[in-house]
Design a protein around this ligand. Sequence first.
Ligand code: NAP
Ligand code: MG
Length: 506
Amino acid sequence: MAATAESIFPEYSLSSATRSFLARANKMMINGEWVEAASKQKFEVYEPASARVITSVPAGDKDDIDRAVEAARKALESPEWAGMTPSDRERAMLKLADLVEANAQELAEIESLDNGKMLAMAQMIDIGTAPSFIRYMAGWATKIEGSTIRPAGMNLGPDVKIHAYTLKEPVGVVGGIIPWNFPFAMCLWKMCPALATGSTIVLKPAEQTPLSALRLAELVKEAGIPDGVVNVVTGLGETAGSALASHPGIDKIAFTGSTEVGKLVAKAAADNITRVSLELGGKSPMIVLPDANMDAAVQGLCMGSFFNTGQVCTAGSRLYVHKKVYDQVVEGMAQVASSMKLGPGLDPETQMGPLVSKEQQDRVTSYIESGKSEGAKVLSGGGAADMDGYFVQPTVLGDTKPSMKVVREEIFGPVVCAASFDDIDEIVAEANNTNYGLAASVWSNDQRAVHHIVSKLKAGTVWVNCHNMIDPAVPFGGYKQSGMGREMAKMVIDMYTENKSVIMAL
Ligand code: NAP
Ligand code: MG
């Protein structure tokens, strides 16, 4: 049983706003109303730092997805939403950005408690960057345009004249399926393009981290966005998630999560030819050349590998260092890793929080064991931490080989697999030797070498002397099995609009 909000987690100095939210965070939002699941079933939400129950939320199912899709469809065509001018939609989104800013401390506390991440990180990244993301996307509401086209002509004769142009219309009802690593940000990444284009959305947050999505739903209402435009159905992937992906009333699915589930979602959507965009897993390489600024590189590489406890789709999980500086880099990283203080995200002393769940902790530690048994050298960490929650020590594995499971598969935890190299072209080929292609980073100030490597890497984002940097104006997404389509920038707007070509005989 969940404790009451006042008595829950007395050791944390949570704001009264957060405590009062936790006391009411036990329903989901359909058509602007707080509702139970049709089945009345619930599931528990845990604090990863202590494995205690925070609250229970509705176990939404097919019936609830049906209700939510119906509400989103009605809202899509309603005068309240469809009749809003683009600048009214922009204004509502700007209001939402202001509300997120005004409630930032509460949102960061909720995110830290629910996901386990460091409060400072949630304040700076997850919630701190949210207002500018929303404002960037709000700007698109008034900048969606088709084109007038000078027809190519099809030799239909000199007398046949046409006038042609395109219209960009809202894609329709979007289904957003979200992972647990950046719960609030992922909701915004799916929801904001929907709002900007005049679409509507049903969001299914991850079962481990549904809470910030529920608080967001309250703020959406407070911003004056009409009921039914944004619906949040809490529930499990196998039930609510799959009902959403296969729903004939959904026009577009926007999914972020594992490649494995991404394939299931794409197959389910195929039956209805539902548009699909997928942000999937990665196994991103970091390539360090001998001329790199070593101190900055070691710090940056640690951020690349250990940021958000390594639970980042773009995490730098394969490290390739030129043999001249290999020892220096891996020893530097091992030193940083072994000095990191693990603890609850809400403890200000903490430098790395727990993983999100017991399942994830077991998964990551079993990868580490497989690395050891296949001959990787443990340079720091090497297993679970001896603490109550789901903690894993930041781990640097040295002397890894291309065939090892830890090098081939996405671990999604604070584990980096290092190897040395001699020849740039050989190592770029090795960096590309994976089914994934989400991101990569190159660490060097040798511009010729950097441009050469950038041109060869098969990755949706290549960072130079940094890792994990994103910006709403820069497209984001993956090559190969890391995904389909792009988020951010104008490219995401294109993915949330349908093109209508108009041809008029003159
Ligand atoms: P996941 O299963 O892919 O979860 C992503 C979302 O999909 C969740 O909301 C999930 O619901 C939902 N889902 C699950 N099965 C579904 C189905 N059959 N149809 C529709 N939706 C479904 O990821 P996970 O289980 O949380 O984590 C597993 C692994 O995925 C991680 O270890 C990591 O390797 C990878 N991952 C990658 C990313 C990324 O950003 N690339 C993010 C998270 C995880 P539930 O919450 O109920 O599972
Ligand atoms: Mg899952």
